[in-house]
Design a binder for this molecule. Sequence first.
Ligand code: GAR
Length: 207
Amino acid sequence: MKNIIVLVSGGGTNLQALIDAQERGEIKNGRITCVISSKEGAYALERAAKHGIKGITLKRKDYPDNKAYSVDLLKILQAEKADVIVYAGFMTILDECICNAYPYKMVNVHPALIPSFCGKGFYGLRVHDEVLKRGVKVTGATVHFVTDECDGGPIILQKAVEIKNDDTPETLQRRVMEEAEWKILPQAVSLLCEDRIQIKDGRAYTI
Ligand code: GAR
């Protein structure tokens, strides 16, 4: 059984999707052992507590830069014996010392179809705002491995979502979550825990 550590910064609906999937028995060979929040009072921590999952707050604003934050976060991940790490609405870019310590063991959910609408500055509602401004007709979500390139790691799963004429950033965010993020994130985490993802020539394949 692998120890899954979930990193959060906010509401934690993706964490909830993982917890629900775990309780339905859909996360094979892994269990969520700890949730770490970069923000104090994040609702995600309450979701964890309600399900008896340990919560830790490591505030990003207590640190001068990403490097210093990452050094302390790495210590916690090691102390918690992390096998698999999930960025679930985690809004802090980490230093490469973390990526190097957990190669192909860390995944992120991004609310768009990478390589569109991703990279530095594209997070949360801002992504959906840019999608609507550009007038694309299809968006979606991506689960990918975290590497030292922001949103640039091998793609594990993607799911498309259609855009409606009257969508606002808020309605689109909700639909992308419901139809895509909350489905593909638990699936990808289970595949990773089951050692069913192979990397070949910089690309991820499920087996
Ligand atoms: C989600 O839509 C997630 O994909 C996005 O933030 C939201 C967090 O919601 N993450 C990013 O934009 C990271 N680049 P949640 O806290 O309810 O899971």
